[in-house]
Design a protein around this ligand. Sequence first.
Ligand code: KG4
Length: 338
Amino acid sequence: MAIILGIESSCDDTAAAVIRDGVLLSNIISSQKVHEAYGGVVPELASRAHQQNIIPVVDQALKKAGVDKKDLSAIAFTRGPGLMGSLLVGASFAKGLSSSLDIPMVDVNHLQAHVLAHFIKETEDDNSQPQFPFLCLLVSGGNSQIILVRSHKDMEIVGQTIDDAAGEAFDKCAKVMGLAYPGGPIVDRLAKEGNPTKFKLNKPHIPDYNYSFSGLKTSFLYLLRDELKEDTDFVEKNKADLCASLQKTIIDILMDKLRKASKDLGIKEVAVAGGVSANSGLRAAFQDHANRYGWKIHIPPFGYTTDNAAMVAISGYYKYLDGEFCAMDVAPFSRVVV
Ligand code: KG4
């Protein structure tokens, strides 16, 4: 039996989860509210909040799981990428706890963990996990990638953004409309009332399976600038249609390349992960592709779309089974690709 404690502290969520033999026992997240007033995450405030939250969050995760810390087999933590100060809190905590309990420590790549969230079992007889090989569209505030997943540890990025991430496109365009941060969920909500074909926005023409969202952002900005010259209430009057058109364009861009990758590589098992995978339009597009192209799709429960420690614990579980432990002097990293 393997019981893994997962710790996630890469950005502004302090999270801990316990997984026993791949089955989730607890998943606790403390989201930091302190950043709301600044319109984005303030790294120094994030690290301080992690320091305050980490002990109560881990304590709650163990209690909820009904597991004593002495029963843990290993501690998994997010090593990167993320904010260095935030990562250091989780890594240092993991080091302290693993050395005091004399159990192994497993370092986890945050991006791979988003992909492996699809392997978390809610119950022992949960058999909904993807079959290898599969494609995973990883879309968040910092990344937009198409990943070819051959095994739990063999992942290849076949396409990625050359500039902004899809989540950034949502957030930055929302900001120019005067919406709060993060704008993605607000655009999603407003888009439900709007006409997605009302405004034509630029789509990129770049080769392979790569993405670009900076042109879309500029064309959105120019549209608003030109229309506001004619009518200062333009945004207010057209908010829902603007959101619907923006969301449709982002989803079209994402799905066009994913469909191309699926066709070229002959892979119909397709998953989505990351913060933007909460988007209702993107989820509907996946369902539509399942119906039209025979894709077997994997859409995560909402709780696994944003940062969480369950995905860290499951990634740690597979590395633990392979005996892939890390040394006490392991250092976090802020930037890296899968
Ligand atoms: O994975 P994540 O929690 O962390 C970062 O990488 O930062 O992703 C956050 C991103 C933000 O850009 C947010 O606007 C976007 O995910 N997001 C959404 C939705 N929910 C979160 N974008 C579109 N529609 C949503 N429903």
